[in-house]
Design a protein around this ligand. Structure first.
Ligand code: SAM
Length: 283
């Protein structure tokens, strides 16, 4: 039996058996591998870290997209940074209110290979007329973007290492603040509270965001193939609070069928365990 193994902490590893190693290449940015196994179907890794798999991708993509739309159901212009597998764009494009989606992915090979091996996330994205795909550095794109030009920015990035590092800096968050309109929302990768290295990244991200945005919250979801299975996104905004501005009635009126997200879960997702609140210094 073949095993894909990922180091989750110094003393903990996670393994998935696979039947086929479908593809392997070194792009100018990272090492890309696609595997096919029984438990999680097709999955791909970047630099040896699990990104997306057929089985649990719905959890990640529901949670990175829908809480923002349930807080502000009038989102029209969306910027996605990263997100090369297409799953985030796929969920955003389900909203009839959305007029324009710009997706800035640094590595075109990720998107092209997902079109070939992972149609569950990539199929149909490029063809949607509201979609504008750019293969360049998200950091550079945001620096050049006009003030108040987006209602929602979703940072669907890799961890704060290598090409993804700049997407976790105060300078980048400040640019996002500038580029968002008054009701704008920023959703970003927030790592995990459980293993020390990830918890450290979580604390730094929250600290930086809370020095820039008056509303800087953190929410959780259950992700079986990410270290510890307990992962977080950040929710930051100038004016929209994810609990007090939750518009469950309007979101449910969209009539979207979702496998993980619902507006009851929305409330629970922002109710963090005590040790996480303590680590994030939330009173
Ligand atoms: N769900 C995934 C996870 O958290 O494991 C993230 C998936 S998505 C594939 C992450 C993407 O971010 C990668 O394709 C990577 O190329 C892209 N990325 C990393 N740094 C970037 C940057 N500075 N600008 C644009 N895209 C970037």
């Amino acid at each position: 039996m073949n095993w894909y193994t990922e180091q989750w902490s110094e003393d903990c590893k996670f393994s998935i058996s696979y039947d086929e190693h479908l593809h392997s290449e070194q792009s100018p940015f990272q090492k890309i591998d696609f595997y096919k196994g029984k438990e999680f179907g097709t999955f791909f890794t970047l630099d040896g870290l699990m990104m997306v798999n057929e089985k649990d991708q719905f959890i990640y993509h529901d949670m990175i997209v829908h809480p923002a739309f349930a807080t502000n159901p009038n989102i029209k212009k969306v910027l996605i940074i990263g997100g090369g597998d297409g799953g985030t764009a796929r969920e955003v494009l389900r909203y009839p209110t959305v007029e324009e989606v710009v997706m800035v992915e640094i590595d075109e090979r990720v998107f092209r290979l997902c079109q070939e091996y992972l149609p569950v996330t990539a199929e149909g994205v490029e063809e949607d007329p509201r979609m504008s795909l750019k293969f360049e550095d998200g950091l550079a794109y945001v620096k050049e973007a006009a003030d108040a030009s987006f209602d929602l920015i979703i940072v669907d990035s890799t961890d704060p290492i290598s090409v993804g590092e700049g997407l976790f800096t105060t300078a980048f968050y400040q640019e996002c603040y500038r580029v968002l309109n008054t009701d704008g929302i920023l959703i970003n990768q927030h790592e995990s509270p459980y293993f020390a290295e990830y918890a450290d990244n979580m604390k730094k991200a929250r600290h930086k965001l809370s020095t820039i945005f008056p509303i800087a919250e953190v929410y959780q979801y259950h992700m079986p193939t990410y270290p510890s299975g307990h992962w977080l996104f950040g929710f930051a905004s100038k004016t929209k609070h994810p609990i007090t501005n939750l518009d469950a009635q309007k979101w449910n009126a969209f009539g979207l069928k979702t496998k993980y997200y619902n507006t009851d879960l929305h409330l629970g997702a922002f109710a963090l365990p005590s040790y996480v609140r303590e680590a994030l210094k939330i009173a």
